[in-house]
Design a protein around this ligand. Sequence first.
Ligand SMILES: [Zn+2]
Length: 350
Amino acid sequence: MLATRLAILVRREYEKRRMRAATREVDLDQEGRTTLALLGRAAIEESRPDFSASLHDVLSLCRTSFKDWPLGALSTDDGLASVRLLTDQGVPTPDCADLVRGASNLADLEEGVLFARLMEQIKSSVAGSDRERVYSAVREFIVRTPVTTRGALHAFMTSARTMGLAGVLQNEIYQPTPRPIDGVVSTCEHCGSRLRRATGSCATPICEMRHGRGRTGVSVPWTEDLIEVGDAVLTFWVSPGLDECALYDEARALGRDAVLYDRMDACDVLIDGAIALDLKANLSPISLARRLNAGIGRLARYSRRIICIPDPIIVVTPAFIPQLRARLDPSLPSLEIMSSADFLKELKGA
Ligand SMILES: [Zn+2]
């Protein structure tokens, strides 16, 4: 499948760039060259201009949805039309990761790497009985404060007793905010991430979908103390985390018992010890179905299991939920699928 091949190419090029290797056609492996050749053939078959000669052009196109490519072959399946392989910042999206995962069992996907690094540090620096609490506190802090200061991070680590994680938090999850020319950083009034000056759009993908572009945000004077989470953290943790925290807050406000990232991420939000929510930020029902069909992991432990889809994803693909249901393997443990808004309604009505 061309989309899967392209996802693998995008993933490999991202890894090379991260290792600071140049992205040039001559460095492509045989698989990558074949993928470009197949793209070229599809363009010729559709009598379209062949853009596949330039890896740079192909990677730029990967930042747009398949339906906006100058090629029909990638969006003939309507479930893939809304898929993008790279975020505006050039990070492979959850859909890209799932297409790759569907093709092979690569264990080094971005989300897996982040999770593994945090777990490694927790295991080496936190007593066994305190690990679940520390994991939840750190993930919640990251989602709620994607831009912060070294001082505020230090204060959090002291109060939440997570100083053992200083290395991974200060050096891997957070990074210094680059100094803007005018010395002022704009942050999003909804999620606290940085707003991109050129477009006035939030760096958190789901927040951008929800609130659009052309915003001015909140001005924060730049200082050397200012830090922010990296793009992969924004894509894989903060983006779905916005609805996770919103549903958690609402449940608590209603007097329900709620836990974030129960048992080190077995589910995203656990309500009353029985209702387990898993928020998914995939834009494609096909890639999400593929991922769920591969196994639902520790979510199977809970009696009521709900896959929650953030509303902006359903605005873009109105048939997302029926398309996902239709593709789920009937042998999976039963899953409820609903939008975050519908779950919120249920919560308030209960
Ligand atoms: Zn935002």
